[in-house]
Design a protein around this ligand. Structure first.
Ligand code: HEM
Ligand code: HEM
Length: 435
């Protein structure tokens, strides 16, 4: 809620320039939900095409903006305001918008911030003069228009703290539209006082809350896939010894990751930081998703060939090693994703989840490795690498290993103590190479 500076308003105080006069001429707008207020003064006989304006919103919002020239984002010139690096003053950024994407800074417009601007008493306030502000590519301000179209929006809570006029922003939490009678705004040049209510001729036509679901859904899908399901799939194979359920689980995680990538691709189209597909997160993420699809194909083909030949395949080590690279790579990419989405503090949550995964899964893997190492015949080369422990070299007590679980219906029961042909220690017999 905007806490309007009542003292300022009731005192009728207004900030003046060299051409100050004692009567105020301006049109005002105050959003019905109190999210933002705006007042505009159009100096008459002004060769610079200046506009004088004031704007205010609650200091908790990350940004506030008014767009001129249309009742939707298309073709508007936006006056966007956010906290500067000190958090006490404001940066005013003129931006052009051509659709449902983050508007881009334009240097054709110059904005001079005036006294009275800043962040104090719970308000973010700006008083400013905008030069060369009455026409732009796609629109214009016509001082004779009694129903000129405007839009407004505020960003989600937060603080941008940037002096850059092209700072990255998040999508709005509230937006809307109004019309203004500009004939009432024309007069002597002066910064208008903050509007406490709509002036005559101002009508609000839209008010909408909004949330950008695609980045959080993308994040949830990816974190669930890479930190949850995929490591669990390794456990299913190595501890539960079930290639069948490993396959199902990893197929599910791959589908989730691909759907998550589609959401990421969509989110990326909206923001200047990602529209050109040049962030490390997007590039690295694309490689990971391609590798993941390759990994799925490798696992699937290995499974098919195994079913035909009952022997391990040459694809096995590639599948194992690609898997060992993809999972950590995906998790690392998550650490690049949160800062890209302007949520760097969530990296702590991702770190906590990753450590939780290691703390829960690590001891189980270690226990299994120890058990298999103890049960293996001495001198067995694979003993040194418990992670690669194979069911046919685990001792007899491991005969509950579900070789048939691959499954019991698909294959005749196999001897469990001998490795498959081509396996790197060499008793020629059959067996299931768990990869
Ligand atoms: C990161 C920046 C922004 C993004 C990604 C963005 C994106 C979008 C999207 C996707 C919609 C459609 C929402 C829906 O139909 O559910 C929308 C609508 C809208 N936005 Fe934005 N927006 C941004 C900044 C702004 C700013 C700065 C303003 C105001 C000055 C604004 C004003 C509006 C308005 C009035 C609408 C409804 C009218 C329309 O469909 O264009 N937006 N925006
Ligand atoms: C093709 C692959 C990928 C693409 C195109 C992609 C795209 C994106 C984009 C554009 C964003 C920023 C959205 C914004 O600015 O609001 C983002 C955020 C994010 N991405 Fe990705 N990504 C991909 C893969 C991954 C992978 C493999 C992970 C693994 C965990 C991941 C995790 C995240 C996370 C955690 C965020 C932060 C979301 C938020 O804070 O709301 N992404 N991604």
């Amino acid at each position: 809620m905007v806490r309007i500076n009542a003292a300022l308003a009731t005192a009728g105080l207004f900030l003046t320039t060299t051409t100050a006069v004692s009567t105020q001429v301006a049109s005002g707008f105050a959003a019905s939900d109190g999210s933002i207020s705006f007042a505009l003064n159009i100096p008459q006989n002004d060769s610079n095409n200046d506009l004088y304006f004031s704007m205010q919103a609650d200091a908790s919002v990350s940004w506030m903006a008014i767009g001129m020239g249309n009742n939707k984002m298309d073709d508007t010139l936006m006056l966007m305001v956010y906290a500067d690096s000190t958090g006490k003053n404001v940066t005013v950024s003129p931006r052009l918008s051509y659709g449902h994407t983050e508007p881009s800074y334009t240097k054709n417009v110059t904005i001079a911030v005036q006294p009275g601007s800043g962040i104090s008493n719970g308000n973010m306030t700006v008083n400013a003069i905008c030069s060369n502000c009455r026409s732009w590519k796609g629109g214009s301000i016509d001082p004779t228009n009694p129903t000129a179209k405007f839009i407004f929006a505020i960003g989600p809570d937060g603080s941008i703290n940037s002096n850059s006029e092209s700072a990255n922003i998040k999508r709005h939490s509230t937006y809307g539209a109004f019309t203004m009678d500009l004939t009432k705004a024309v007069g002597a040049a002066q910064i208008p006082i903050i509007a406490t209510s709509d002036s005559s001729g101002t009508i609000q036509t839209q008010d909408q809350t909004d949330h950008d679901f695609s980045p959080p859904l993308h994040a949830c899908a990816m974190v669930l896939a890479f930190v949850g399901l995929m490591p669990a799939g390794v456990l299913i194979l190595r501890v539960m010894k079930s290639p069948k359920w490993h396959g199902y689980n990893q197929a599910l995680s791959a589908v989730l990751a691909v759907l998550g990538a589609l959401l990421g691709i969509y989110a990326g189209t909206m923001y200047n930081r990602s529209r050109n597909w040049n962030s490390a997160h997007q590039i690295f993420g694309t490689f990971i998703i391609v590798a993941l699809i390759g990994q799925f194909v490798l696992g699937f083909m290995h499974h098919r060939i195994y079913k035909q030949t009952q022997a391990s395949t040459k694809l096995a080590p590639y599948h194992v090693w690609l898997g060992r690279v993809i999972i950590p790579a995906g998790i690392i990419n998550g650490f690049l994703g949160f800062p890209l989405a302007l949520n760097p503090k969530y990296n702590w949550a991702l770190l906590a989840l990753t450590l939780l995964m290691v703390v829960v899964f690590g001891p189980i893997m270690f226990w299994r490795w120890k058990r298999n190492a103890n049960q293996s015949p001495p001198g067995n080369p694979s003993d040194s690498d418990g992670y690669q422990n194979q069911p046919w070299n685990a001792g007899p007590s491991s005969s509950n290993i579900d070789l048939g679980g691959y499954g019991q219906r698909d294959h005749p029961p196999q001897p469990i103590n001998d490795p498959p042909p081509n396996y790197n220690y060499q008793i020629p017999t059959q067996g299931r190479d768990f990869v």
